[in-house]
Design a protein around this ligand. Structure first.
Ligand code: K2U
Ligand code: ZN
Length: 172
């Protein structure tokens, strides 16, 4: 297991804006990547992470929605697809490990149905609502090269990118 660097918008958008490629086979090499992703996410800390955020543009997401003090509940999503989304919308104050210290409200479908392959490569079908629905849609956006700031106004998006670049410059 290894903690990998998380790419931010200050590292250049070329990788983060890529459309991630489907996984051919859930094998030991992919499970090693998912183990690294989970360790990296816990270290950040965060509750979700897409492979493209550590520079691997493949359709893989990890997540753990367990609250402080609860047993960890890691989840692995390979080649996830949203098969249905509710008309009802839900607004949530989102952040992103690739856009540090920027938070803003994003409106998304309140409920979604999804299919994916799990850590063992078995097919799973699930319905998500609440924070699970927000997080899986946020991460699935990453697989399409979309950041949560792309849902904001052009002015707010450009300001966010400039703020992160200054943040990284000042930290260097
Ligand atoms: O993709 C990421 O950068 C991981 C985000 C996922 C996320 C964003 C918005 C809403 C829910 C999940 C990270 O977990 S960082 C933001 C965060 C951290 C703790 C709780 C909620 C959001
Ligand atoms: Zn994100």
């Amino acid at each position: 297991m290894a903690i990998r660097p998380i790419l931010t918008v200050a590292d250049g958008l070329s990788v983060l804006k890529q459309k991630s490629k489907p996984v051919e086979q859930v094998d030991d090499a992919l499970r090693a990547l998912m183990d690294d992703m989970l360790e990296t996410m816990y270290d950040a800390p965060g509750i979700g992470l897409a492979a493209v955020q550590i520079g691997e543009p493949v359709r893989v997401i990890v997540m753990d929605l367990a609250k402080e003090g609860e047993e960890p509940a890691p989840r692995y999503f390979v080649n996830p697809e949203i098969t249905w989304a509710s008309e009802e919308l839900f607004s949530y104050e989102e952040g992103c490990l690739s856009v540090p210290e920027i938070y803003d409200a994003v409106e998304r479908p309140a409920k979604v149905k999804l299919t994916y392959l799990n850590y063992q490569g078995e097919k799973v079908e699930e319905e998500a609502e609440g924070l699970y629905a927000v997080c899986i849609q946020h991460e699935m956006d990453h697989l399409e090269g979309v950041l949560f700031i792309d849902h904001l106004s052009r002015l707010k998006r450009d300001r966010a990118v400039q703020k992160v670049k200054k943040l990284v410059r000042d930290a260097a």
